[in-house]
Structure formats: structure tokens, C-alpha cells
Design a protein around this ligand. Structure first.
Ligand SMILES: [Zn+2]
Length: 70
């Protein structure tokens, strides 16, 4: 792990996992950090698991709405 490095916070990683960071000025240093920091890659992977579990829960609730006739 690089020394003297500020790790991105949970909120930033969550937005990155959701693909919500489009700003190159924010995205570029974050991706650079992830290349050098397996610790934050693992954190991002946990975020992705979280994002996907939320998405699948949401899509299932939509299916219930559709099946109940709206
Ligand atoms: Zn890090």
C-alpha cells in the first residue's frame, strides 16, 4: 500500500462502483489510486457487491409491481 496516501472515502467508492463518477478530474486520480492500492480495490469490490444487491432488490420489487397488475 502506498504511504502518505489519502484513501478515497466510502461515498466516493460507492459512486465509482455505480459508474456515477464521470468527471475526468475526479475519475483519473481515483483510478490511478486503485491501480496502486489493492486495499481500495477490495473496498470497491465490496461496494459493487452492495450496489448489485440493491439493484437486484429493486428490480425484484419492480417485478412484483408488474405481476400484481400495477
Ligand atoms: Zn487506497
Amino acid at each position: 500500500m502506498p504511504e502518505n496516501t489519502i484513501h478515497p472515502d466510502e461515498d466516493t467508492l460507492e459512486r465509482y462502483a455505480m459508474g456515477a463518477i464521470r468527471n475526468e478530474a475526479e475519475l483519473a486520480p481515483l483510478e490511478e489510486h486503485l491501480l496502486a492500492c489493492p486495499y481500495c480495490v477490495a473496498r470497491t469490490e465490496r461496494m459493487e457487491d452492495y450496489v448489485w444487491s440493491v439493484r437486484s432488490a429493486l428490480s425484484q420489487s419492480w417485478i412484483q409491481v408488474i405481476e400484481s397488475g400495477g
